[in-house]
Write a protein that binds this ligand. Structure first.
Ligand code: SAM
Length: 268
């Protein structure tokens, strides 16, 4: 399964770059082999490979396939930059599960220092991880991974979402579950119950742009300060609990994302 917006022509696709290399050298593709290709926007097709060339693969479209693996809700994960390679884990696993956007940010207790020189290389690496994870999960689109935001910029972004939740381990009132249900009931996506027992309810939208946008904000290893929670609430975020146990920052992101997609009827 390969994704690129640039490959599609009328009746054929031209696979280039690292993906062509992977097909030719690693998968040893030969004429007649079939693979699935997506433009990451709205086209997906089963294609038959012509005789592979040195550094590109041209393939004929055998059949256009319906694209229906994207969640009906759009989840943006804002992750306070974690130590080591945990951001990579969040991006890889979050892409498999179904996140749409990864937004690293810096908050009061973020330990990692931003290094302007290394930043673009790091973002490139994160985007590559998202692409590979999207391909392995047969996602129809590759989530975006954005340049780290300041705390102030993150709070401005919260205003663009239909609902914004800041995960706070000291919160003992608002559970994410209730917040999700409330947001979904007001959302642009419509919940429709399927007739069969045991089949989860599905959400239906009028198209990708109509999907409800949900922002999930996760703090660093040292958590958020009370002032940060107050500032986030003043900016329209709701402080929510993910349960009584303290989760590691990278675990919290995955748990929050899974809860949202589960409540949206996306998990099976
Ligand atoms: N010290 C651990 C670590 O190194 O990752 C745990 C840090 S926990 C304070 C990190 C972030 O995860 C918090 O800022 C919060 O956003 C989220 N989090 C963890 N457990 C949570 C819970 N039970 N409810 C809500 N948010 C939680």
């Amino acid at each position: 399964y390969f994704i690129s917006p640039e490959w599609f022509h009328e009746d054929s696709v031209t696979i280039a770059g690292d993906d062509a290399h992977h097909l030719i050298r690693v998968m040893r593709a030969k004429a007649g082999d079939q693979v699935i290709v997506s433009d990451g926007v709205n086209r997906e097709a089963l294609v038959r490979i012509r005789e592979p060339e040195k550094d590109r693969v041209v393939a004929d479209i055998v059949e256009s396939l319906p694209m229906d693996r994207e969640p009906a809700v759009e989840v943006w994960i804002a992750q306070s930059l974690p130590k080591g390679d945990k951001m990579e884990l969040v991006i890889q696993k979050g892409t498999e599960i179904g996140a749409d956007r990864f937004i690293p940010f810096v908050s009061e207790r973020t330990v990692v220092q931003l290094d302007a020189k290394k930043e673009s290389k790091r973002i490139e690496r994160w985007q590559k991880i998202a692409k590979e994870a999207a391909e392995q999960a047969h996602r129809n689109r590759v989530p975006t991974v954005e340049a780290p935001l300041s705390w102030k910029q993150l709070l401005q972004l919260a205003g663009q979402a239909d609902a914004a939740w800041i995960c706070y381990e000291k919160e003992n009132g608002l559970q994410l579950k209730h917040q999700i249900q409330e947001a979904l009931s007001k959302g642009k996506a419509i919940r429709i119950d399927t007739a069969e027992q045991g089949t989860p309810a599905k959400l239906q939208t009028n198209g990708v742009n109509d999907r409800i946008k949900l922002l999930l904000i996760i703090g660093p290893e040292g958590g958020f300060s009370e002032q940060e929670i107050a500032a986030a609430e003043a900016a329209g975020c709701r402080s929510v609990s993910l349960g009584r146990r303290i989760l590691r920052t990278e675990t919290a992101a995955m748990v929050g994302l899974t809860c949202i997609l589960y409540e949206s009827g996306e998990m099976g």
